[in-house]
Design a protein around this ligand. Structure first.
Ligand SMILES: [Zn+2]
Length: 408
């Protein structure tokens, strides 16, 4: 069956890597077009930690994440309806993706309990019992007005040994998808994505793909990963799922944000990623670079007057003569521990780093040079020491025709 076109999402495939499963595409959404593959920064409470909307715009971001759970509590649905949604609330003219709110509840609230009806929990405000149903999650996301909404799913840790519970969660997530589709009031302006579950069991994942792909949502996510499972298992799930997805729909792997994980997932055919890690690690003084993460709180940077990253063209790293701030490592060292400004500056750099890496990835795919890009990236990351390459990445990339150990 040919997928029906979504009124709020068009997916134009620009190029396919001749070797791996990587793709480059343009996704047209209600608040503008975005280039895939892409990384989406996470703005928890309608603000990216450490960045103003203007600063986020300067990194080139055209799609960021908001958390339904946080927005539902504050400012709350009534205020969201009154102001006309989250774009207006945070003065963000580009696209927004919202999660369902379920994951936050299960991970933040110890007393959350999942039943067929929904997720039961005690209000963090007054301890009163509350219930998040698929219908309520969609109603909140309709009030937020996000360009991409996620279904409420039943999330289980991939490391859970309880296969019966994983199976129950997978089938429940399919039933909840049907309830989400039925509850969705604005399909003409908001896209609902399904979330594939099934833990690390490839047969369950395949069954979930079959059922959810048949429901023909505008985009598809792979959920429940990045929970501490072995990276080899993680890659098998991504590889298995993308092989069962239709070509002309965006594929989103949730919660993935380390550069190496993203690069491998792109080779396995995924298009979209999100993670709080770039801004979280910035708050600990870590700058992400091609040669790995560097902690600028280390005393060796006290008199280092070089830019945070010589190869970076972000607002922070560019010299004043190039229109940037010309921030030095020494400045971050002396401010990171005491002042929030150090963390803010590093957040801008880190978000820019990931967005820029994705721009390079896309260019390499379009030029048919992604395998060479992967080899060059790993070589820089590990200073040419192939012994240090993570075996899971080497193995996963071999599976799609790229051998990191062999130079071209
Ligand atoms: Zn930078």
């Amino acid at each position: 069956m040919a997928p029906r076109p979504s009124p709020a999402l068009t997916f134009d495939l620009a190029a396919k890597c001749p070797t791996t499963k990587a793709r480059a595409a343009t996704m047209h959404l209600p608040h503008g077009s975005v280039q895939l593959p892409m990384f989406m920064p996470v703005a928890t409470q309608a603000s990216l930690k450490g960045l103003t909307p203007k600063q986020l715009e300067e990194t080139g971001c055209k799609l960021c994440l908001n958390n339904t759970y946080h927005l539902g509590l504050k400012p709350g649905q009534k205020t969201l309806d009154a102001v006309g949604g989250a774009h207006k609330l945070q003065s963000w003219p580009y696209n927004i993706l919202t999660d369902s709110g379920g994951f936050q509840m299960v991970s933040l609230l110890k007393l959350a309990q999942v039943t067929e009806e929904g997720v039961r929990f005690l209000s963090p405000h007054d301890g009163s019992p509350m219930l998040l149903t698929p219908e309520h999650s969609i109603s909140l996301q309709n009030s937020i007005g996000s360009d991409i909404m996620m279904q409420l799913d039943d999330v289980i840790a991939t490391t859970s040994p309880d296969l019966a519970r994983i199976k129950e969660a997978m089938y429940r997530s399919i039933r909840w998808l049907d309830r989400c589709i039925a509850a969705h009031q604005k399909p003409e302006s908001q896209n609902l994505f399904c979330i594939i579950q099934g833990g690390l069991d490839l047969e369950l994942r395949k069954e979930c793909c079959k059922e959810m792909v048949a429901r023909d949502t505008p985009g598809i996510a792979i959920g429940g990963l990045s929970g501490g499972e072995a990276k080899t298992e993680f890659c098998k799930v991504v590889d298995t799922c993308t092989s069962l997805f239709p070509t002309h729909k965006p594929r989103y792997v949730m919660g993935v944000g380390y550069p190496e994980d993203i690069l491998v997932c792109v080779a396995l055919g995924a298009d979209m990623f999100d993670c709080v890690w770039p801004t979280r690690t910035a708050r600990f003084g870590n700058a992400i670079t091609d040669t790995g993460e560097h902690n600028l709180r280390h005393a060796k940077f006290a008199d280092d007057f070089g830019p945070v990253d010589e190869n970076c063209k972000c607002m922070i790293c560019r010299l004043p003569s190039e229109g940037g701030l010309g921030i030095t490592r020494a400045y971050i060292y002396h401010t990171a521990a005491k002042e929030t400004v150090g963390a803010h500056l590093l957040s801008i750099h880190n978000v820019h780093y990931l967005l820029d890496m994705m721009r390079q990835v896309r260019e390499a795919i379009i030029e048919g040079k992604y395998p060479g890009f992967l080899k060059a990236y790993y070589w820089r990351r590990y200073a040419g020491d192939k012994e240090k390459y993570p075996s899971w990445a080497v193995e996963a990339l071999r599976g799609v025709g790229v051998d990191l150990m062999i130079d071209d």
